[in-house]
Design a binder for this molecule. Structure first.
Ligand SMILES: Nc1ncnc2c1ncn2[C@@H]1O[C@H](COP(=O)(O)OP(=O)(O)OP(=O)(O)O)[C@@H](O)[C@H]1O
Ligand SMILES: O=P(O)(O)O[C@H]1[C@H](O)[C@@H](O)[C@H](OP(=O)(O)O)[C@@H](OP(=O)(O)O)[C@H]1O
Ligand SMILES: [Mg+2]
Ligand SMILES: [Mg+2]
Length: 364
C-alpha cells in the first residue's frame, strides 16, 4: 500500500477493539483480505469471523464484540439469533446496520425513493432518479398489454430490472428493451418461468457517456470511482432498434480489471475507445458526492453502501441515481484497507451517527 495513502486515523497504543464480521464465505473472501486484517490489527482492531449458521450467544464466550458488521440473508438473522445476543450485550455492542433498513435497499422502488427530490445545492447540479414504473408481469397480451404500456408513460428504450435486488444472481439479470414487442417478449419469458417469476421494474434508459460513477460510503468516509457502463444509444438509432438485449453486472469490474481483460484478450478498436471514454470522463464535483453521501446516510439510516450515479449526456448538470447497494465490494477500491479501518475506528470510538437505534427492528 503506498505510504501516502496510509490510514489517517491515529492509533492509541493500548486500545484494542474486537469487531465481528458475519457474512457468507464468498463475501468474506472478497472483503476480508489478509491486507485488511493486518492493517486493522496494526490500528488496534481484531477482526473476528462469526459463524452465520448458529446462535451468536453460543460463539466466542470469552470475547466482547465492540461492533459487528454484516451482510446477511434473513435466514442467517434467524440462525444467529442476534436479538437474543443483543438483549444481553446491546448496551456495549453495536450492529451495523439494522436489517429492517437494509431491506429497503433490496427493493428497487423503495431504494430509489431515498434518492428522489434530494435537496442538494452544489453549483447548478441536480441529483434525481430516472423515471421508472413497476409493471404487471401478467398483462402480456392484447388490450391489457397496450393499455399498461401507454399508462406507464415510459419512453423506450427502457431497462427491465428485477424488482428485488436481494443479492441473488437473478436479481442482477437486466435487459435493455427497445420497443413494445421486446417488452412483450420479456414479460412472456418471465411468465414462462412459472414459480420463479419475479416482478419487474422498467426504468428509462438515459444516455450518459458510457460511464457510471460508483460512490462508496462507509460512515463519514466517501470515495467515488468511475466504471464502465452501457454505451449511449443515439436517438436516431434508438428508433430503429427492436427487441431486447440481456446483460448482467456490466459495471462490476474496475477500470484496471477492464484494462487487463482487454489487453489479455488482445482487443483494441471499440474496447480501447470505450475505455478512454472512462478515462476522459470528468469526475463529479467532490462536494456534490459528499452531499449526496451525507443525504443518503441520513435518509436511509445506513452506514455501509454504494450508489451508482450517471450524468445525463444531454445535460451535464443532471445526475441520476440508478442503484444503491448495501455493503458493496469495497475491496475493489484502491487502498480500501485504511478506508474500512478508519470507518471501523469511528464506529468503536465515536459510534456513527446513525447506528442501529437501540437495535430496533433487529429481527424484523
Ligand atoms: N436508467 C439507466 N440508464 C442507463 N444505464 C443504466 C440505467 N440503469 C442501469 N444502467 C446500467 O446498467 C448497470 C446495471 O444496472 P444496476 O446498477 O441497476 O444493476 P445491479 O445489478 O443492481 O448492479 P450492481 O452490480 O451495482 O448491484 C449500471 O451500472 C449502468 O451501467
Ligand atoms: O452480492 P450482492 O448483494 O448482489 O451485492 C453486490 C452489489 O450489488 C454490487 O454492487 C457489488 O459490486 P460493486 O462494489 O462493484 O458495486 C458486489 O460486490 P462484490 O461482489 O465485490 O462483493 C456485491 O456487493
Ligand atoms: Mg449497480
Ligand atoms: Mg445493485
Amino acid at each position: 500500500m503506498p505510504q501516502e495513502q496510509a490510514s489517517q486515523t491515529q492509533t492509541h497504543d493500548d486500545e484494542r477493539y474486537i469487531i465481528g464480521y458475519a457474512m457468507e464465505p464468498k463475501k468474506i473472501q472478497n472483503l476480508l483480505k489478509p491486507s485488511l486484517i493486518e492493517h486493522a490489527r496494526k490500528h488496534g482492531i481484531d477482526l473476528i469471523p462469526i459463524d452465520i449458521n448458529k446462535p451468536l450467544i453460543q460463539q466466542h464466550p470469552n470475547l466482547h464484540f465492540h461492533c459487528i458488521i454484516q451482510k446477511l440473508q434473513p435466514k442467517h438473522w434467524d440462525n444467529l439469533n442476534l436479538h437474543q445476543y443483543m438483549s444481553k450485550h446491546g448496551t456495549t455492542t453495536t450492529i451495523i446496520d439494522p436489517p429492517h433498513l437494509v431491506r429497503k435497499l433490496q427493493n428497487r422502488v423503495s431504494m430509489l425513493e431515498f434518492a428522489s427530490n434530494l435537496p442538494l445545492s452544489v453549483q447548478n447540479a441536480t441529483v434525481g432518479v430516472p423515471y421508472q414504473a413497476v409493471i404487471d408481469i401478467h398483462k402480456t397480451s392484447g388490450d391489457d398489454f397496450e393499455e399498461m404500456v401507454t399508462d406507464s408513460n415510459l419512453r423506450f428504450p427502457v431497462i427491465a430490472k428485477p424488482l428485488y435486488a436481494d443479492g441473488t444472481m437473478k436479481s442482477h439479470e437486466l435487459c435493455l428493451v427497445f420497443d413494445r414487442e421486446g417488452l412483450r417478449e420479456t414479460l412472456n419469458k418471465n411468465a414462462a418461468a412459472g414459480s420463479t417469476t419475479t416482478p419487474v421494474v422498467l426504468q428509462e434508459f438515459v444516455n450518459h457517456g458510457g460511464v457510471v460513477f460508483k460512490v462508496y460510503v462507509a460512515g463519514e468516509h466517501v470515495r467515488c470511482v468511475k466504471r464502465r457502463s452501457l454505451p449511449d444509444i443515439p436517438e436516431e438509432k434508438a428508433e430503429t432498434l427492436k427487441g431486447t438485449l440481456k446483460f448482467s453486472q456490466i459495471s462490476n469490474f474496475t477500470v484496471q480489471d477492464d484494462n487487463g481483460a482487454k489487453s489479455n484478450a488482445g482487443h483494441n478498436g471499440d474496447g480501447a475507445n470505450h475505455l478512454s471514454n472512462i478515462e476522459r470522463a470528468e469526475m463529479p464535483e467532490e462536494n456534490l458526492i459528499k452531499e449526496l453521501a451525507r443525504a443518503l446516510r441520513e435518509r436511509t439510516g445506513l452506514n455501509m453502501f454504494n450508489v451508482d450515479v450517471i450524468r445525463d449526456a444531454k445535460d451535464c448538470t443532471r445526475y441520476l441515481v440508478i442503484d444503491i447497494n448495501y455493503f458493496p465490494g469495497y475491496a475493489k477500491l484502491p487502498c480500501y484497507e485504511p478506508f474500512i479501518t478508519d470507518f471501523l475506528l469511528d464506529c468503536v470510538r465515536n459510534k456513527p451517527a446513525f447506528v442501529c437505534e437501540e437495535n430496533q427492528g433487529m429481527n424484523e
